[in-house]
Design a protein around this ligand. Structure first.
Ligand code: ADP
Ligand code: MG
Length: 576
């Protein structure tokens, strides 16, 4: 119930559309029922008049019939129009709503979710919410008000007839939906969850297809997919069976209503309290009125799917960002001296601290390097600087301001990052570069790419800067992709450059070219570089040696070479 209310809150901004959709649907339904009821009355009245050899006014009923027929047709058309328009508006609104809550969660909180699962949420779960408008909200409103109207109208002729109609309408419109909801609960939930699971497994398998083939695990993966499909089909099968029974149930109630009307109506005819055309009208009205409740069993059967989808969305929306945005007016730092003092941090659920009592001063224009074994906390320093996480203790300042007072967007404006795994988007190289600086001119792009030592290569491609990168940059070598990422970071023209092992895993000549690129890139900016390459380290103002989250040595390349830890980290024999 709580989820249902919350779902209703989400749809509140669309009240006007809901009202519009409701009115159109109601008018269409009433026109259709009127058409049938008046036709019944008219045909019977004509027959009776004909048999008695009397004249009758057939203009009014004929006009009503024509009017209802036209209203019904126009109504059906308008209904589609309104519901599609409303649906599309709601979908885009809901997607934006969801995305706005999703964005601040990246990357810290989103690492708990699989990307395929997030895709499921943003696509099919949001689509499922729309069911709530089309199948639940509007039909329930229409069914309750129309049923009440049919009851009152019938009661004007005979209360007994009206009560029998009401009882059957309640059976079909309340009892059957309740039963459908109860029966559809387990398979409905299973449907959403299995579908998400299936999508996730399929995406995972496609992305890792070459690995699966090499490992000979493709068959096992295919069997897993098969099993999930079978589970999904099983749930769909159970859902179809339930909806089949419910549809049959509504039809049965409608026919019973017709028979009851005739059975209860015949004595009324005999006692002259009802005329034959009126009985025909009421009997057909009873039959037709079930159109109002017909969509309800299915709607309630699917309610659990809708609610499961809603809960999956709420779960994301309710997640608190790892680093909430500061309150108060936006502020801008006056200079870009970066300092970390006594900073400690432990990742949630991690056993030991990733950083303890860490100090670093990066004056404007200086270069500092971090070295340390894998897992010693180097990338964590960058994660804290980018405010993806908040430190547990200590303070980080950018210029005159503590990081906690800066908005994420403002902070990141001053930082350019080449991360360990730079992502290139599946679009052209030009678009990838422009992400950092949408306004950049052709000259700017070229200048950045020359600095990053990648211009000549790009220029040699048949399509130049318009070459398609391919998904996750598969059409480029590691070194090329890294240099494009560096060019992109340069285009951003930020005061501080953060580089996380930019030459990792590259061959000698490529590494040389890249180091040259980085050296040029660092000119005039403060730089924090994570690397183990001696040629780069020799050009640093200060080097911090990290071990298990603690600074164990600091100094210049030359100074540190005389120590114990540093030469070993760089792969030098300390005796040499
Ligand atoms: P480095 O960059 O020096 O290799 P990291 O800063 O990435 O080391 O990692 C430091 C420690 O924190 C490691 O023990 C690592 O397992 C852990 N860690 C790193 N990133 C995360 C994360 N996103 N969530 C949880 N633990 C993490
Ligand atoms: Mg790292």
């Amino acid at each position: 119930m709580k989820d249902l209310l919350r779902l209703w809150q989400l749809f509140k901004p669309y009240r006007a559309w809901i009202l519009g959709g409701y009115l159109v649907a109601l008018i269409t339904l009433v026109a259709n029922v009127t058409l049938l009821a008046i036709s019944g009355w008219f045909i019977t009245a004509m027959a009776v008049a004909g048999a008695a050899g009397l004249a009758m006014n057939y203009f009014t009923p004929a006009a009503i019939i024509r009017g209802s027929a036209m209203a019904r047709t126009a109504g059906r058309y308008l209904e589609r129009l309104v519901s599609h328009e409303a649906t599309l508006r709601q979908l885009s609104g809901l997607r934006v709503w969801f995305y706005q809550h999703l964005e601040p969660l990246a990357p810290a909180r989103l690492q708990e979710f699989h990307s395929g699962d997030l895709l499921s949420r943003i696509r099919s779960d949001i689509d499922a919410l729309d069911n709530f408008y089309v199948r639940v909200l509007i039909p329930v409103l229409v069914a309750s008000s129309a049923s009440l109207g049919f009851f009152v109208f019938t009661a004007l002729y005979d209360l007994g007839l009206a009560l029998s109609l009401l009882a059957l309408l309640l059976l079909a419109g309340v009892a059957l939906p309740a039963a459908s909801r109860h029966l559809g609960r387990a398979p409905g939930r299973q449907l959403v969850e299995t579908e998400a699971h299936l999508r996730q497994t399929a995406i995972d398998g496609t992305q890792g297809l070459s690995e699966l083939l090499v490992l000979g695990a493709a068959d096992a993966h295919a069997r897993r997919l098969d099993a999930l499909s079978a589970e999904l089909i099983g749930a769909q099968d159970r859902m179809s069976r339930i909806s089949g029974i419910a549809t049959g149930g509504v039809g049965l109630c409608a026919n019973l209503a017709l028979w009851f009307a005739i059975w209860l109506g015949l004595p009324l005819l005999a006692s002259d309290s009802l005329a034959p055309p009126q009985l025909a009208m009421l009997a057909l009205l009873a039959l037709a009125s079930f159109e109002a409740v017909a969509p309800l069993p299915l709607a309630f059967q699917q309610l659990e799917s809708t609610l499961t989808a809603a809960r999956r969305l709420f779960a994301i929306v309710d997640t608190q960002p790892a680093a909430p945005e500061p309150e108060g007016p936006a502020v801008t730092p006056e200079h870009f001296h970066l300092s970390l003092r006594g900073v400690s941090f432990r990742y949630p659920k991690a056993e030991r601290a990733a950083l303890s009592d860490f100090d670093l001063e990066l004056p404007v224009g200086k270069r500092i390097a971090l070295v340390g074994a894998t897992g010693s906390g180097k990338s964590t320093v960058l994660n804290l600087l980018l405010r993806f996480w908040l430190p547990d203790a200590g303070e980080i300042r950018l210029g005159d301001l503590p990081l906690a007072r800066l908005r994420g967007e403002e902070l990141r404006r001053h930082l350019a990052l080449v991360s360990q795994h730079s992502h290139l988007f599946n679009t052209s190289i030009r678009e990838n570069l422009l992400l950092a600086a949408p306004e950049a001119s052709e000259q700017d792009l070229e200048h950045a790419c020359r600095t990053a030592q990648i211009h000549d290569f790009l220029h040699s491609l048949p399509e130049g800067y318009d070459t398609w990168v391919g998904e996750t940059g598969v059409r480029l070598s590691g070194g090329q992709a890294r240099r494009i990422a560096i060019a992109r970071a340069l285009l951003k023209d930020a005061a501080i450059l953060l580089l996380d092992e930019p030459t990792e895993g590259l061959d000698g000549p490529t590494e040389q070219a890249l180091m040259l690129a980085i050296d040029q890139a660092m000119a005039g900016r403060s730089t924090l570089l994570i690397t183990h390459k001696p040629i780069a380290l020799a050009r640093m103002d200060e080097i911090l040696v990290l071990d298990q989250g603690q600074v164990v040595e600091r100094g210049s390349h030359q100074e540190l070479l005389r120590g114990q830890v540093y030469p070993r980290l760089l792969g030098f024999d300390s005796e040499a």
